[in-house]
Design a protein around this ligand. Sequence first.
Ligand code: ATP
Ligand code: LTN
Length: 325
Amino acid sequence: MRIFSGIRPTGEIHIGNYLGAIKNWISLQEKNECIFCIVDLHALTTPYKPKDLEKNITETAIVYLAAGLDPTKCILFVQSDVKEHAELAWLLGTITSLGELKRMTQFKEKIRKHPEYINASLLNYPLLMAADILLYQTDLVPVGKDQQQHVELTREIARRFNRKFGKVFKEAKVLLPKMGARIMSLQDPRKKMSKTDDPKEYIELFAKPTEIRKKIMAAVTDPGKEIKYNPTKKPGISNLLTIFSLFSGKSIKELEKEFKGKGYERFKKSLVKLLINSLEPFRRKRKELLSREVYIKEILQKGARRARIIAQSTMQEVRKKMGLI
Ligand code: ATP
Ligand code: LTN
């Protein structure tokens, strides 16, 4: 199977990004042809500082490597290094309606969050994402729940193109994790954990023990003191239980039994310990990688060269079918 996914280099990668996406990429790379991208062009659609962008790209590459992506097993590259992404996005825009783009939940959320930054590329974001996926004849797109709608639209665009111009694209399917597809904010467990929100709301993958302790102990819980999984009535504790379960490998049922009658504080303290231990190897690897900037650059350049070959071959087909010779 051909796998494609990406992350925007917009800030610190958090445990939601890890549990919802990256963790699953690690196992997928063993038996599939995987392509993982740092989608820098997508990062320009929300407020950013040019001087932070380069740092965030390197930081995202470090996350990929520290989390266990292996450049000998998969292609790692930066989106803007392969020009075909922007080209295909433009072409796909010609067969996508304004209504389809305006309907996207992420667009609606982002314009609510940044009313001063409503730009055309924010609306066209799903076209670029569709181009990312379709250029590589992708079968599966492993992402968190928030991206499902974009993958569905990509399928629709692929079908439409194939019908209109002749078959070029594969209809990629979304691949959601069974658990952890939507890790919630630590301060407001009714909304998703997001790296462009207040840092109190998320735990960075490389967080220091003191930060982990502070944020987990301050995480919003629910009335009562029972450790019970019930996302509608107890969203706070259910979110923490999900995080606990995914990092420990224990089922929610087992955890409910283990912490029966023990209260929120004991539960949170155990979670702090678990997270400190689980994230320690990531911190260690990051430290190692920080001094290897040249090595990281080489991986990304080599990845871009390999990606370009696939992308160019798809684009040749696209141009032919659309009459652009
Ligand atoms: P931003 O704040 O920049 O919108 P984000 O935290 O939502 O960022 P993205 O770069 O949009 O992160 O997402 C990267 C990957 O992580 C995607 O596959 C996305 O579905 C997944 N993801 C993001 N947030 C969560 C979350 N809270 N729970 C599970 N998966 C998530
Ligand atoms: N929109 C995604 C990032 C992204 C992506 C992709 C994910 C851009 N292109 C292609 C999967 C496949 C997000 O997480 N915000």
